[in-house]
Design a binder for this molecule. Sequence first.
Ligand SMILES: [Zn+2]
Length: 288
Amino acid sequence: MLQELTYGRLENEFYDIEPKDSDFAICVNNNRLLVKRCEHGEVHFPTVSDAKLWAEEQEWNFWREEKFQYVFRMQEVNYFLWMGDAGEPSDAAYEYDEIRQLSFLETKDVCFAACTAKHLHGWYRSNRFCGFCQTPTVHDTKERMVKCPKCGNLIFPKISPAVIIAVTDGDRLLLSKYAGRAFTRYALIAGYTEIGETIEETVHREVMEEVGLKVKNLRYYKSQPWGRDGAVLMGFFCDLDGSDEIHLDENELALAGWHDRHSLPAHDDGISLTREMIRVFEEGREPK
Ligand SMILES: [Zn+2]
C-alpha cells in the first residue's frame, strides 16, 4: 500500500521548528504540487532555499508571516509546506503535477509524502480564519492545531473516516465500478461515515445503498491514510446475508457483480487498500 514506504515510515510527530535552506519545500497550487521529474522517473521536491528565491522573484502569495510550516520528516530530511498558494518557479525544470499522476509512479515514498502534504495544506488553508468569529487563527507550538486568539476556538486536523468493503459469498467477491468518474477501474464498495453512526453501521448502510444487499460477520482488515481525499480508509470483509440479487444505485455505480475468487478481473497495484484486499481474497487469506 502507498503508506508502506521502502525505508521505514513517514515521521509525522509535530515539532515547532524553523526550516533550513537544505530542507524540502512542498509547494501547492490548486491541488497540484511543484516537482521536478528526473530521467529515471524519480520525482523531487524543491529545497526551501529554491522556494524562498522563487517566492521573492515571482511574488508568491502567502497567508502568514511564517511562510514555511514544518509538516513531517522522511529519510533524515525535514519537509516544510509553503504557507500560501505557491506561484511559478523560476527554474523551468520544475512544474506543477496533479497528485493522481504522482500516485502511479514507482517513487511511492514521494507520492505518500505528496498526498499527506496536500491533506495538510488543505486543512491549513481552510482554517486561516476562525469559523466562529472570523479572526485570523494562530498556529499552536506544541501540537498540530490552530487556535483563535480572540474566542479560544481550537481547530484540530480534519480527517474524514471512510470504509472499503469486500462483500464475499463463499468463493465470490462483489466488485463494482463507479459511475460518472474518469476512474473506471474495478473497486470495492466504499463510502464516508456519517455523523452519528458507528463504522459498522457505515458498512451496512453503504452496502445497502449502493447494491441493495444485506451483510453480516464484519471482519476488520487494515486501514490506510488517504490524504488525496482527506480521508482515513478502514477495510472490512463481510459475508452476504440472504439474497444475492443486486439492486444498483446508478447515481453511484456504473456496474456491480459477483466474481469468482480464481478469476478476479483486478489485481494488487501496491498502492490502494482496495487492491490489497482484492489480492488477499484471491489468495484465500481474508480474515475468517
Ligand atoms: Zn474565534
